[in-house]
Design a protein around this ligand. Structure first.
Ligand code: PEP
Ligand code: MG
Length: 575
């Protein structure tokens, strides 16, 4: 038996599709890239052109097929894929590639790269961020075509219950492996937005991608544990490791069975009004819990937990890694990263002493006071936004200047990243927490600048009722059901509707068992709660009636006290 059989090895990749699989490796060898030659002989031109058109046709057919699956499975990526298809089937580009082969004697691969790089250069210089974004899309399409030009003759057949290891994988291969009973797959290349990854998720086949040299590192018949949640492969695991993962796999299956239909059921009222059900997370484990419970995304990442855990401000690299992992694990669902909400009460490094930290330099005030720290965080978030599923949220906003200054800083960071050719999502939404009465009252002015609102009922209650959220002596005054808080929320929600931006709630009130109908009735689009509350909340949403909730909210907002609000809710529940 070869020596490597005895050694447990851990290999990291990108988590592309969730779930744990345990099985034997089947390593597929695809032929090397067809062409590393730049120029071809004149007599090879016709063959090279037909190779290009064959690749174009198969890539387009594959893409079309995946779009159909994405539409059927209601996966949110269908519009992106349609854009790819438009680029791929653009006649002018195809003509130009053909000319490059005919007139420049270039191989099909080189002609494709040249054409797409030339187009990319043009879009990269565009002033319009949407056009600049196109440069990223061109890269995706170029890769698809190059994939198509690879000779993909597979030299091994796939056995049932095997884990497929391959340099790359096409959606067609994936379908074939799935039919043959393969459990999971590992690739050396690819992105989480690639068609194979999309398909793997929709077919619930666990997958880890981007594992460099996987086909060399892993051997046929190796026992593999593939953890698609963490993007981890364990090669030839020790018996203890195997037992641990077998248990984890059983627990995961058991959990899924217990959650039953509710995890996959839609979060909508029984009269069909849907709510985005999101999770508040502080750690990577929370992401798993959120996914298992079927969250539609993450409504709040309290990024200051990174500081609290480490006891120092994390570097750009440390932050980037963490944000990227959250975004990848949650993909394609959106992830809302809140900029550090720290003050001298939570973290003292370089801060002046304050007698009253809750009213002092915290949240956005701290970030604008320490622009070095803010800029590092903005860059880390932007870099992690490549897959276009990240939103950035600003805490404790009270003045429009704070928001404007933050937006200017974000633009500056984008310029710097662009200069170093670092990819990011130029259209990353930037929203604000509505958690000061000032932000709620002036919500319409903020809605002109922000891409979304999230109401922080914890602080909004504290500041509206002048009642310290941590002081037990005023706990009886601290009440998010107070009509003053509800009226401020209503102003913010109406402003968001008037400007057509989404508005959610990420404070504790979102998960309060008495608040569901009230919040739905007020018109929020999103509710974000800690993962253990997700399913309970979904159950309540599914029981609610949107029309009745609207009437309830209208009456509650006009009430004179929290007690009256609670009575109205209780009465409605009894009916
Ligand atoms: C809030 O204030 O409601 C909120 C969600 O933020 P935090 O609890 O982190 O202050
Ligand atoms: Mg807050």
């Amino acid at each position: 038996m070869p020596a490597h059989k005895h050694i447990e090895r851990r290999i990291k990749g990108i988590p592309a599709s969730h779930g744990i699989s345990i099985g034997k490796a089947v390593v597929l060898r695809t032929e090397a890239f067809v062409s590393s030659v730049e120029h071809i002989e004149p007599e090879e031109i016709p063959n090279e052109i037909s190779r290009f058109y064959a690749a174009l046709e198969s890539s387009a057919a594959e893409l079309q097929h995946i779009i159909e699956i994405a539409e059927k499975e209601a996966i949110h990526v269908a519009p992106i894929l349609e854009t790819y298809l438009l680029i791929l089937t653009d006649q002018t580009a195809a003509d130009s590639i053909k000319r490059r082969i005919q007139q420049g004697y270039y191989s099909a691969e080189i002609a494709v790269v040249q054409e797409f790089d030339a187009q990319k250069q043009f879009f990269k210089l565009a002033k319009d961020p949407i056009l600049r974004e196109r440069a990223v899309e061109l890269d995706h399409v170029k890769d698809r075509l190059l994939d198509g030009l690879r000779n993909r003759s597979i030299t091994h057949s796939v056995a049932a219950k095997s884990i497929v290891v391959s340099p790359s994988i096409t959606p067609t291969d994936l379908m074939m492996f799935n039919k043959a009973g393969a459990l999971a797959f590992i690739t050396e290349v690819g992105g989480i937005a690639s068609h194979a990854s999309i398909l793997a998720r929709s077919l619930s086949i666990p997958a880890v991608i981007g594992v460099r040299d996987a086909a060399q590192l892993i051997h046929n018949e190796d026992t593999l544990i593939l953890d698609g949640n963490a993007g981890l492969i364990i090669c030839n695991p020790k018996p203890e490791t195997l037992a641990k993962y077998e248990k984890r796999k059983i627990d995961e299956e058991e959990n899924r069975r217990k959650l039953g239909k509710l995890a996959t059921a839609k979060a909508e009222t029984h009269d069909g009004h849907s709510i985005h059900l999101l999770a508040n997370i502080d750690s990577l484990e929370d992401v798993e819990a959120a996914r298992t419970a079927g969250a539609d995304g993450v409504g709040l990442v309290r990024s200051e937990y990174l500081i609290i855990q480490r006891q120092h401000f994390p570097t750009e690299e440390e932050q980037y890694e963490w944000y990227k992992q959250i975004a990848e694990r949650m993909y394609p669902h959106p992830v809302t990263i809140r900029a550090f909400d720290v003050g001298s009460d939570k973290y003292a490094e370089g801060m002046p002493h304050e007698d009253n930290p809750a009213l002092g330099i915290r949240g956005i005030r701290f970030l604008l006071h320490r622009k070095d720290i803010f800029k590092t965080q903005i860059k880390a978030v932007l870099r992690a936004s490549q897959h276009r599923n990240i939103r950035l949220m600003l805490p404790m906003i009270a003045t429009t200047e704070e928001l404007q200054q933050s937006l200017d800083l974000i633009s500056r960071c984008k310029r710097q990243l662009r200069k170093s050719d670092t990819p990011f999502d130029d259209t990353m939404p930037v929203g604000i927490m509505i958690e000061t009465p000032a932000a709620a009252i002036m919500a319409i002015d903020f809605a002109n600048l922000a891409d979304f609102f999230s109401i922080g009922t914890n602080d909004l209650t504290q500041y509206t009722l002048a009642s310290d959220r941590t002081n037990e002596f005023v706990a009886h005054i601290f009440d998010p059901f107070h009509p003053a808080v509800l009226r401020l929320m209503k102003i913010a929600i109406e402003a968001a509707k008037a400007r057509n931006i989404p508005v959610g709630i990420c404070g504790e009130m979102a998960g309060h068992s008495a608040a569901t109908e009230l919040l739905i009735g007020l018109g929020v689009d999103e509710l974000s709660v800690t993962p253990p509350l997700l399913l309970e909340l979904k159950k309540r949403i599914r029981k609610a009636d949107y029309l009745k909730s609207q009437i309830l909210a209208a009456v509650a907002v006009r009430s004179e006290s929290s007690n009256e609000v609670r009575k109205i809710i209780a009465k409605e529940r009894k009916r």
